[in-house]
Design a protein around this ligand. Structure first.
Ligand SMILES: *Cc1c(COP(=O)(O)O)cnc(C)c1O
Length: 388
């Protein structure tokens, strides 16, 4: 028996992958620096929750750390523990706060819980009384009704002379719900509420803006901004040209190119009928790879989805999805691509450098955030480093 390695020259896995993802860490770092430039003189944190928006917390976290980020936000304790292992001296905020039983992990890994409720607050007071001081942050709700102490309770807490002297958050934050809509008066309302918090917690650092809020301008920046999606190349603000560089490019391999006749139908349900003799490329990505079924457009009823569905990109051509996207396969109409420019084995871009992330997302009635964080486990990933 010959060892596989002796019998074959093993190709680079990226070159033979059915689905593959290129993450341009240079673009990621440029985007973070651009958000830092817009935020200055405020500091700029890096948000790396949900595996850095699906792009890999380790590679993205290290790149952002090396670019100078020292404040990081994660959603949950486990993400914070992982990040700690390669960001030794960063301040790591855990947005969902703390649950009973997690205390030791927060202390051990030097993580900062973002306390979000009366319950978490009293837990934290008890924990610090027993185990000693440890930094915490406080989230205040200014209208989102998601996480955070109600405004009046937060102000009462700030004024409460009986609160333990040791209770002193290192950061007070709130979150805008309509930052993506600059014309919304609700942004000004949340800002006004946050100013009341700023007064009450005089001398403590403040943070209000995520990506969208950063674009709203200096009034919203306070001491630190917390951009996520913009750093990953996504659109943060509606109806504004996206100034960020694309970071992630997803591609899938053509398994087969087939000819089909006018009048025939394509894929499950036969919902798509060809209006001309066509060439179809069957590509090895489907909804199991986060290329969601709703991106099919035609034939899949989804509220507000664009009827046309998504487009891929190959050899300088935009090629539309036809018929329903299936679990592992998607069919593109490549009739308009000259046959000499396309063959089985080539890759079709799903989104990235040529098909903007948010264009693809919109075709499925969703947002870039969801497309990125749904990519699934089959992608072979390649990271381009800033110096490449
Ligand atoms: C996710 C999140 C952010 C980052 O939001 P983006 O819209 O991706 O910039 C900032 N702050 C909080 C509280 C968040 O939950």
């Amino acid at each position: 028996m010959t060892d596989l390695q002796d019998a074959f020259i093993l190709p680079d896995e990226f070159d033979i992958a059915p689905v593959r993802l290129t993450v341009d860490l240079g673009a990621l770092v440029d985007n973070w620096r651009e958000m830092a430039r817009r935020s200055a003189p405020a500091r700029t944190a890096a948000v790396v929750k949900a595996d850095a928006y699906g792009l890999g917390i380790e590679d993205c976290g290290i790149a952002l750390y090396e670019a100078g980020a020292r404040d990081f936000f994660v959603a949950v304790l486990q993400e914070g523990m992982l990040l700690r292992s390669f960001a030794p001296d960063a301040r790591i905020y855990v947005l969902s706060g703390i649950w009973p039983g997690q205390e030791a992990y927060f202390y051990e890994n030097d993580l900062v819980p973002v306390l979000a409720s009366e319950e978490q607050l009293s837990l934290w007071m008890a924990v610090t009384a027993e185990h000693g001081d440890h930094p915490c942050a406080l989230q205040v709700d200014t209208g989102f009704n998601r996480l955070g102490l109600p405004l009046e309770e937060a102000i009462a807490l700030a004024d409460d002379v009986s609160r333990p002297a040791s209770f002193s958050p290192v950061l007070v934050l709130s979150h805008l719900h309509s930052g993506d809509t600059p014309s919304s008066p609700l942004n000004q309302q949340q800002l006004a509420s946050f100013h009341r918090i700023a007064e009450a917690f005089d001398g403590i650092e403040l943070s209000l803006a995520a990506s969208a809020g950063t674009f709203l301008g200096p009034d919203f920046h306070f001491d630190m901004t917390r951009p996520g999606i913009a750093v990953y190349g996504g659109e943060a603000v509606n109806d504004m040209p996206n100034p960020m560089k694309p970071v992630a490019t997803a591609e899938a391999r053509i398994i087969q190119i087939r000819d089909a006749k006018k009048g025939e139908t394509v894929s499950y349900g036969g919902t798509y009928q060809l209006t001309r003799d066509s060439r179809l490329a069957v590509v090895s990505a489907g909804y199991a790879d986060g290329y969601m079924r709703s991106l099919s457009g035609t034939g899949v009823p989804v509220r507000q989805a664009v009827a046309g569905g998504a487009c891929g990109f190959i050899a300088g051509h935009r090629v539309p999805v036809v018929g329903r996207i299936t679990m592992d396969l998607t069919i593109f109409d490549v009739t308009d691509v000259p046959p000499s420019q396309i063959r089985a084995g080539d890759y079709v871009e799903l989104f990235g450098r040529n098909i903007p992330l948010d264009e693809a997302a919109r075709a499925g009635g969703t947002i870039g955030y969801e497309l990125l964080t749904s990519l699934g486990l089959r992608y072979e990933r390649r990271y381009l480093f800033p110096d490449d």
